[in-house]
Design a protein. Structure first.
Length: 380
């Protein structure tokens, strides 16, 4: 089958891709007679009358949802490790071989990134190729000790605030690692060596949250949770900043960008409405502190928040509420830098490895995004 090159605007082929999506053979075999579908996000998720949840892989999406196993032999200067912590959360650790300046400064400590994945609180895993193809190279390119990607609990089985709790638990694990407390959790390999090497190279006073789509919301929400902690709870871990990449802010009343911008491969109006409805707490809608730009900002007026970098895309369906979030946060006195990727680039375009490799504009905007993230980290 010829390699499919996915474009950021939604073509008729993509519409067919979403409408005709069916489960894989393994998923179909799990069907139980006499149960019915009570809710569906086309091509991605089904909820049945017996309460079971079925997550699907739409035809053609396999390159993005393919599982990338951890590996201990470096690939392009990075190893990947799955670690079970003693805080009830699993993490994937992207570990660079050595600091770029190791030859001249072998004991130099470097910042840490904590990654919170997207998927509307309902879909995706850190070990998907979608994330690996971006964050493994990013770990090598940025001057960081490592990237810790959190295996978030998924809704509707685990609605918010479960993912917020998991993000906070990852910070508590980092605290334990920094202090040498119970750092040798179970993993895919010799975790004591891996975590020890990570610890030796990390500056835990410079921890940055970074998240894609709904993971961008979680950057805000996890930072707020940490800001509410009693002084010293996370010490010596300190949040030095947060990076919100195309966050999933939205309101019940659709914005102009939701109406006028075209759907993209990774975001459709149906996904916005249904995934958020399934991910938010029962009885809560988009006009809440979890997704409303204004209410999210209002909720943190009196909470310590780190400096934030907000990245938006001009053709993202959620472009307008994303930019509104930045303005609302600045209005309540928080430090936010908003950068918009211009041109025909849509929601999380930088995670589409096929477009990055074949489309010049996407490649250029992705390089700019990475440069902006690196500059933000270097300044804080």
């Amino acid at each position: 089958m010829a390699k499919m090159v996915f474009q950021q605007s939604l073509s008729s082929l993509l519409l067919a891709f979403l409408v005709l999506a069916t489960p894989t053979m393994a998923q179909s075999s799990s069907a139980t007679p006499n149960r019915t579908v009570v809710e569906e996000v086309t091509g991605w998720l089904r909820i049945y009358s017996d309460g079971t949840v079925e997550r699907l892989t739409p035809p053609g999406a396999e390159p993005f949802t393919a599982i990338v196993p951890p590996y201990t032999s470096p690939r392009n200067g990075v190893t990947v490790h799955d670690i079970t912590t003693d805080h009830g959360v699993d993490v994937r650790l992207y570990l660079p071989e050595a600091a770029p300046a190791a030859a001249t400064s072998p004991h130099r400590s470097r910042p840490v990134l904590v990654h919170l994945h997207g998927g509307g609180f309902c879909l995706s895993r850190p070990n998907w190729a979608l994330y690996h193809n971006f964050y493994a190279p990013l770990a090598a390119e940025l001057d960081v000790a490592g990237i810790v990607s959190v295996y978030l609990p998924l809704a509707p089985e685990h609605r918010l605030p479960a993912a917020i709790d998991a993000g906070h638990a990852a910070l508590l694990w980092l605290r334990d690692v920094s202090c040498g407390w119970n750092i040798y959790g179970a993993g895919d390999d010799d975790s004591s060596t891996v975590v020890g090497r990570f610890r030796d190279g990390a500056d835990f006073s410079r921890v940055f949250l970074i998240g894609d789509s709904s993971g961008g919301n979680l950057v805000h929400l996890v930072a707020a949770r940490a800001g509410e902690d009693e002084p010293g709870v996370l010490h010596p871990v300190k949040l030095a900043g947060g990076v919100l990449l195309h966050p999933g802010f939205a309101r019940e009343k659709k914005s102009r960008s939701e109406i006028e911008n075209p759907p993209s491969l990774f975001l459709t109006p149906e996904m916005i409405d249904k995934l958020l409805a399934l991910g938010l707490p029962v009885g809560v809608n988009k006009d809440s502190v979890y997704t409303s730009p204004e209410l999210a900002a209002k909720a943190v007026v009196h909470i310590r928040m780190p400096p934030l970098l907000l990245m938006a895309a001009e053709k993202d369906l959620l472009h307008d509420p994303q930019v509104d979030y930045g303005k609302a946060m600045e209005h309540v006195g928080k430090k936010v830098k908003t950068v918009v990727s211009r041109g025909n680039v849509a929601h999380i375009f930088y995670l589409n490895i096929f477009a990055v490799k074949t489309d010049q504009l996407t490649a250029v905007r992705t390089k700019e995004l990475v440069h902006t993230v690196r500059s933000f980290i270097d300044r804080h």
